[in-house]
Design a protein around this ligand. Structure first.
Ligand SMILES: Cc1ncc(COP(=O)(O)O)c(C=O)c1O
Length: 371
């Protein structure tokens, strides 16, 4: 089976893990600080601005806390995104307001965000979906509220004024195994304001503040620390970041030539954008095809695939708690119904990619028959 993805783990991660285990210090030690520094160096930001935490979702919670978002506030986010982005807003007591996306880029635009802005809007979460750069410059320039960059899938994506996650003052990352690099579970906030980053270091650890006369708790925080074990894996991964990003781009390029001849698969200039990273290779299927049958047919031929992601407003647990764009969510609905994620790993061979594309062509050509 050609799996959707597989983290690039080898002896380097095992050696870092062994070092941490042997040290006996499993939390609040040097590995987290070293991981934060490595991330800062890669993103070209000062080390003090990077705050590692337990997941991408807690990174969003911390970023929202930095802006003191709470009950009575609205926070705008894309409808076409992993639903935990809305969960992070819900945990603050604020209302998530979902807006449409451009189905070509899978990202929000100034127009789709503006359609839902009200006096209550306290922040916008702009997602660089699947690694495709979202134009956060136009959002920051055209809106009066802060923009949080969700770069969960976009470590290494280049924006107009810096790397994704560093352009608006607050950026979030995830290190779940399906992301660019992994720590197992993990996340980080890049908070360029030193007041924010200092506060978030307290908040990730129950609100604890370490001062000359001991520890105090000036506010209620979260259980959102990254452990030394997770950071150890992340440190080894960061040393491979350039190779991982290049390997993913090479695999995408190999797909590009082969997919050009697969009718019924639509890609756009964003699919092949030179500034993006490839968290996944997400394409659009001809709406005439039954996607579930295509996914099942691929599985029968040894290829794992899945949907792009979800339209939050269609999910039972979120329907009654999110507010939806009054101008509609057609782009999101289209992307959610017709997107398809193909396998992508940095070490994929051309033979693997041939196998995926041959299977895809077969399943599409025999769609009418039993696949
Ligand atoms: C855009 C985006 N933001 C946030 C998250 C949450 O990250 P985590 O799973 O590390 O909590 C995800 C996870 O898939 C995501 O895709």
């Amino acid at each position: 089976m050609i799996r959707l993805t597989r983290p690039s783990i080898d002896d380097a991660e095992l050696a870092e893990l062994a070092r941490v285990l042997a040290s006996g210090q499993l939390v609040q030690g040097p590995a987290v600080a070293a991981f934060e520094s490595a991330l800062a160096e890669a993103l070209r930001v000062p080390p003090s601005t990077v705050v590692a935490c337990s997941t991408g979702t807690t990174a969003l919670q911390l970023a929202l806390a930095a802006l003191s978002v709470g009950p009575g506030d609205d926070v705008v986010l894309p409808d076409f995104v992993f639903p935990s982005v809305a969960s992070a807003v819900i945990y603050t007591g604020a209302t998530p307001v979902v807006c449409d996306v451009d189905p070509d880029s899978f990202n929000v635009t100034l127009e789709t965000v503006s359609a839902v802005m009200t006096k209550r809007t306290r922040a916008v979460i702009a997602v660089h979906q699947f690694g495709v750069p979202c134009d956060v410059q136009s959002l920051s320039g055209g809106l009066t509220c802060p923009v949080i960059e969700d770069a969960a899938c976009a470590l290494g994506t280049r924006g107009t004024t810096g790397y994704a996650g560093t352009q608006t003052g607050l950026g979030c990352f995830s290190f779940h195994p399906r992301k660019i690099i992994t720590t197992g579970e993990g996340g980080a906030v890049v908070a360029l304001d030193s007041g924010h980053s200092t506060r978030l270091r307290h908040l990730r650890q129950h609100g604890m503040r370490f001062g000359p006369s001991g520890v105090d708790f000036p506010e209620v925080g979260y259980a959102a620390r990254m452990s030394e074990l997770h950071a150890a894996v992340g440190l080894a991964q960061m040393r491979k970041l350039d190779a991982i990003v290049a390997g993913r781009a090479r695999a995408a390029e190999a797909y590009r030539a082969r997919l050009a001849s697969v009718t019924a698969i639509r890609t756009t200039p964003w699919t092949w954008h030179p500034d993006r990273v490839y968290q996944g290779l997400v394409v659009l299927l001809d709406p005439a095809l039954d996607r579930a049958r295509v996914i099942a047919g691929l599985r029968e031929r040894g290829v794992e695939s899945t949907i792009g992601t979800y339209a939050i407003h269609t999910q039972a647990g979120f329907r009654s708690v999110v507010r939806a764009s009054p101008s509609g969510l057609r782009g999101s609905r289209y992307a959610a119904d017709h997107s398809l994620t193909l396998p992508l790993r940095p070490d994929m061979t051309d033979d693997d990619i041939d196998q995926v594309c041959v299977a895809l062509r077969h399943v599409i050509d025999h769609h009418g028959a039993s696949v």
